[in-house]
Design a protein around this ligand. Structure first.
Ligand code: PRP
Length: 186
């Protein structure tokens, strides 16, 4: 079984690495350049979906070259810990209205797409000027609903991913790369 070593510590809970830290940093910069070009001259409002997106969002935002603000939503799926049900409860809503704003939803991962599909419909109802999505990771094999994801970092295989914001039972978000949880099926 592949193991991750950091200094003298070995963590057998971490399996294959899917995206290395330097690949993450490079792609985040590329996405930020693309977004900066697309939104030149417009005020941008980033909406981060807690908690996983915080890590990606903060790195992305530091590379943006347009005026931008950030707000957060927290949602909870009624599904099991590893599966979305598509029924989404809002735990924390945005601080301010988005009517007339150029809004970019930032997600760490789109899996079935059910969470994002719900959010997209709900935020569309608040009449933003534009509404787009930026997802660091997608799992195309798991997609259940078709979604317009304007910016995608990486497509990953259908395996349980942890790190760079992604958790298993709230752990591993702090790993500086995206890896597979050892011994887990998707
Ligand atoms: C993850 C991710 C998305 C959702 C994607 O959040 O951040 O919001 O699952 O799954 P879906 O496409 O199948 O709907 P999670 O519920 O794990 O919360 P977290 O960000 O707090 O870890």
């Amino acid at each position: 079984m592949p193991v991750y070593t950091r200094g003298l510590m070995t963590d057998a809970r971490v399996g294959d690495i899917l995206v290395q830290p330097d690949e993450l940093a490079h792609r985040v910069r590329e996405l930020a350049q693309e977004i900066s070009r697309d939104y030149a001259g417009r005020d941008l409002l980033l909406i981060g979906v807690l908690k996983g997106a915080v890590f990606f969002l903060s790195d992305l935002m530091r590379h943006l070259e347009v005026d931008c603000e950030v707000d957060f939503m927290a949602v909870s799926s009624y599904g099991s810990s590893t599966d979305s049900s598509g029924i989404v409860r809002i735990l924390k809503d945005l601080d301010a209205p988005i009517e007339g704003r150029h809004v970019l939803i930032v997600e760490d991962i789109v899996d079935s797409g059910l969470t994002l599909s719900y959010l997209f419909r709900m935020l569309t109802g608040r009449n933003p000027a534009t509404l787009e999505v930026c997802a660091l990771l997608t799992k195309p094999e798991r997609r259940e609903v078709d979604l317009p994801i304007r910016y995608v970092g990486f497509e990953i295989p259908n395996r349980f991913a942890i790190g760079y914001g992604l958790d298993h039972a709230e752990r591993f978000r702090n790993l500086p790369y995206v890896a597979v949880l050892a011994g887990e099926n998707p």
